[in-house]
Design a protein around this ligand. Structure first.
Ligand code: ADP
Length: 489
């Protein structure tokens, strides 16, 4: 099949979260299955043109945005030497320090930026004469592509057979804008109805995409159920999703086993396998040095790598700290994000010197060192669509302690000392007492040499490769394509 992946980010070019990892890995596996897959994303200032060998491809592409016409240049690079990646360049929209927001808030013209990008994706496909059977859209930033194909481009023969699949990486990010942008998006007021574009008197690019796309997916089966079940999980989208229940699927993300591999990782001091886990201790002491902690073998080290966001459970963690800090343990935390959580963590770290290493930055190398050097990995998430960090941690023999929600529920199984099964520790209620109990259980296991070995072996033996997930995507691409052909006839 000819597949165009439209995404606002992609590893290794630009990343703010797990979406970029997914979009960077999935095409490699589609390519392995002989599909003609290509990617399209914005050309942000952050993207290193020289390092990634970007070459100019199309110059002066005209892109309608409301009543205006904007100009885009298309650049091209390769992912793994064989997968074309197209970059849409327009300095007015994308030559800025960040992707979507600074610490003080979202860029005010995000609606216009991603209206432009969504239309540019379609115009670029035409200019490049790449006629996709599937456009696989990721998150609200490209939620309008399915809408455009069924409205403004409905009579455009080029896209006559093109179907869309929309993947929701997090329902909390909805691309919500005042209704006045309707015209700029290219629509008329008669489209502003609840069954089409209207969303609580505003416009949500994500909702629009959900309504118009052929198939909707999200990143784990549990999350697919949760987001239809209540306002708490669906954040207002539950009704729209419920109406599309027959076309909504949950596919658990994989991780890129080449990028995340303790036997070959170029960023860690000592490489190890399940059979040479004693070498992981060296990664732990190296991490201690880097993170400014006096680590020792008998003190469990707990890692956290996360966006600092209300969904990730830092408020709960702060409540637990007085109790947790009484235990023999240390923390290494790596994250950037909301100022409130930065301040909260700073205050906590200051209160317990020598126990917490706080690293408020985005640092991929340190992330690798934390996955390798820690004993445990904590994710007290309030919501978690899939979560990649617990999967990466397990690959490095670092035992996850997680709240049972979304993809965490689908991937982490409570360890049982009776049967020796399970790959981590799971708590259910979003309560300090539940988190503290889970951590204490985990610490108890750490002290038991035989069981500790068992849980690490289970974690490292869990299979979260992309091979399984890619088959499911291909099946859904075929289903979307068939649906589209039926609509035509
Ligand atoms: P989300 O998509 O909600 O941010 P995921 O667990 O799906 O969460 O993915 C997070 C990805 O981003 C992982 O690859 C993780 O290693 C990486 N990451 C998150 N924060 C940082 C950071 N501060 N520095 C380096 N990598 C980070």
């Amino acid at each position: 099949m000819k597949i165009l992946i439209a995404s606002p980010e992609c590893v290794p070019f630009a990343k703010t979260g797990g979406l970029a990892d997914v979009v960077g890995a999935l095409p490699k596996f589609l390519k392995k299955k002989k599909h003609d897959v290509r990617l399209i994303m914005p050309k942000y200032k952050k993207i290193d043109t020289q390092k990634f060998e970007l070459k100019p491809s199309v110059k002066g592409l005209l892109v309608p945005v409301g009543e205006n016409t904007e100009v885009a240049n298309v650049w091209e690079a390769r992912l793994e030497r064989s997968i074309p990646v197209y970059f849409i360049e327009n300095d007015k929209y994308f030559a800025r320090d960040e992707l979507y927001r600074t610490a003080t808030g979202d860029y005010l013209d995000n609606a216009e930026r991603f209206i432009f990008f969504s239309r540019a994706c379609l115009e670029a496909a035409k200019a490049l004469a790449f006629q996709p059977e599937i456009i696989h859209c990721h998150d609200w930033q490209v939620g309008l592509i399915p809408v455009y194909l069924k409205t403004l481009y409905r009579i455009d023969g080029f896209f006559h057979s093109t179907a869309t699949v929309l993947t929701i990486h997090n329902i909390a990010y909805q691309g919500l804008f005042p209704k006045e942008i309707l015209n700029m998006a290219g629509f008329a007021w008669y489209d502003f109805t609840p069954d089409k574009l209207e969303y609580y008197d505003q416009i949500s690019f994500l909702k629009a995409g959900i309504v118009y796309t052929d198939i909707v997916t999200t990143v784990s089966p549990t999350y697919a159920k949760e987001i239809q079940s209540s306002n708490e999980f669906g954040r207002g989208m539950e009704g729209v999703l419920h109406r599309r229940a027959g076309d909504l699927y949950g596919i658990t993300n994989g991780i890129d086993y080449k990028e995340w591999d303790p036997t070959k990782d170029k960023y860690i001091s000592t490489r190890y396998t399940l059979k040479s886990l004693e070498k992981k201790e060296m990664c732990k002491s190296e991490l201690g040095k880097i993170a400014g902690l006096k680590v020792d073998e008998n003190t469990p080290l707990i890692g956290m790598i996360s966006r600092l966001d209300s969904l990730k459970g830092f408020d709960l963690l702060a409540q637990c700290m007085p109790d947790l800090m009484k235990e023999n343990l240390q923390f290494v935390i790596l994250g950037i994000g909301d100022q409130v959580y930065q301040d909260l963590l700073k205050a906590t770290a200051k209160k317990y010197p020598g126990k917490i290493s706080l690293n408020l930055k985005f640092d991929n190398i340190l992330a690798h060192q934390i996955y390798a050097g820690c004993d445990f990995f904590l994710m007290p998430s309030r919501f978690e669509p899939c979560g990649l960090t617990q999967l990466i941690a397990m690959r490095y023999g670092t035992i996850p302690i997680v709240r049972q929600t979304g993809g965490l529920a689908d991937t982490v199984e409570q360890f049982s000392s009776k049967t020796g099964t399970g790959n981590g520790f799971v708590f259910t209620e979003y309560k300090a007492s539940a988190l503290i109990t889970a951590v204490k259980q985990a610490l108890g296991l750490y002290a038991d040499e035989k069981l500790w070995k068992q849980v690490r072996s289970n974690a490292m033996g869990s299979n979260f490769s992309w091979d399984k997930a890619v088959e499911k995507y291909i099946e859904l691409f075929k289903r979307a394509y068939e649906k589209r052909q039926q609509q035509k006839s």
